[in-house]
Design a protein around this ligand. Structure first.
Ligand code: SF4
Length: 379
């Protein structure tokens, strides 16, 4: 069995899950700065960055989680969420550990906040992963559960292997990444869902310890400077980012800066991590947000994490017919041509449509990928 890191330079004295990276620079005071994300961690030898998986080793910053995962699942692509990208198809999904944000409301905190590398109990080479995805009928692989920004070298190699196998690659990210690393990561991706967590710098600073401006910059980059199919998700947290004014400002910015055809998903918050005192998002809030978004001119706006067919359906931009009727992750009606045209009037719906819709349904199926032989091998 091949090692997990065949294409990357190994780091002397480190295990095979550790690879060198390009994105760092030496500082005058002897520290080395990681330049992947605006966090700009400045590290002395042996220290780890805030994301935990990048660390300083000698005169460089290394990635310590190449080829390691918190587990693999096959999901419906609608779960990423992506509603305009190969609808109904299965996607092999995985993440690693750690995150470069520190959101108090994190919905994946067991993975993203993990400081235990042992959380990464699964491992796979990019080739093994792509072969497994193809053999199971997946049309794409997705880097999700935590942010591929922090493991971009592994994500890029897996995406390349996927493309060689005829599959596509999907990044689910908060978009908090510097321009050079961003160009490298997204050169390998076919689609992205970017979390736009709120529309105020105050929220971003206090609740996520990051910056809204950097995320907006990533969205403009993806939509205007790449071919990456991009959708946006905003998790609405009662009392924190769900006012009419804030939602309207977000939607007007999207319409004005990205265009009215970029899909927007409003999803429901469930009390978790450090925000257990906040109630779950009422379905009415999702419906209200969607109405505001439609009022701002956005054409494809979805309510997520709930059963709400009327607000999860894709409507024709010209004739208004219900074209893709969804109940949560299940497609109940599909009236698009193989290239994404309305079956009633022929208008084109923006997105990536290659053939008929898939029939994966709402299932979530954990899978195992044969581990390579090394000292961390699974029993
Ligand atoms: S990627 Fe990780 S180590 Fe690098 S700057 Fe961001 S949080 Fe720090």
């Amino acid at each position: 069995m091949a090692a997990v890191t065949p294409a990357r330079a190994r780091v002397a004295g480190a295990d095979e899950f550790t690879v060198g990276t390009e994105f760092h620079r030496a500082l005058d005071d002897g520290r080395i700065e990681c330049t992947v994300c605006p966090r700009a961690c400045r590290l002395r030898d042996g220290q780890r960055g805030l994301c935990f998986v990048r660390a300083r080793a000698g005169d460089q910053i290394v990635l310590t989680s190449y080829g390691r995962s918190s587990g693999f699942c096959i999901d419906p692509i609608e779960k990423k969420p992506l509603n305009h990208f190969l609808p109904g198809t299965p996607v092999l999904s995985f993440g690693t550990a750690g995150c470069n944000l520190a959101c108090r409301f994190c919905q994946n905190w067991d993975i993203s906040k993990s400081r235990e590398i042992d959380t990464l109990s699964s491992s796979a080479s990019p080739l093994a992963l792509a072969e497994k995805a193809k053999s199971l009928g997946c049309k794409s692989i997705a880097f999700t559960y935590n942010d591929p920004t922090i493991f971009l070298e592994y994500a890029a190699d897996c995406a390349d292997a996927a493309r060689e196998a005829g599959l596509k690659a999907v990044a689910v990210s908060a978009g908090y990444i510097n321009p050079a690393a961003r160009a490298e990561l997204y050169a390998h991706m076919d689609a992205a869902n970017i979390d736009l967590k709120a529309f105020s710098e105050e929220f971003y600073k206090k609740i996520t310890f990051s910056s809204l401006a950097k995320v907006l910059d990533t969205l403009e980059y993806l939509v205007h400077e790449t071919e990456v199919w991009t959708e946006i998700t905003t998790l609405l947290i009662p009392g924190h980012n769900d006012s009419d004014a804030e939602i309207a400002a977000e939607c007007e910015w999207i319409a004005g800066h990205l265009g009215t055809g970029v899909p927007l998903h409003f999803t429901a918050f469930h009390p978790d991590f450090k925000m257990r005192d906040v109630p779950p998002t009422p379905p009415q809030t999702l419906r209200r947000a969607r109405e505001i978004a439609i009022g701002a001119g956005l054409r494809y706006v979805y309510a997520g994490n709930v059963h709400d067919t009327a607000n999860q359906t894709t409507y024709c931009p010209d004739c208004g017919e219900a074209l893709v009727v969804r109940d949560w992750y299940r497609i109940d009606r599909y009236a698009l041509s193989d290239t994404g045209q309305c079956a009633f009037c022929g208008a084109r719906v923006p997105g990536v449509f290659e053939g008929p819709a898939g029939d994966w349904g709402p299932r979530r199926q954990p899978i195992r990928i044969a581990a390579p032989s090394h000292k961390h091998q699974e029993p």
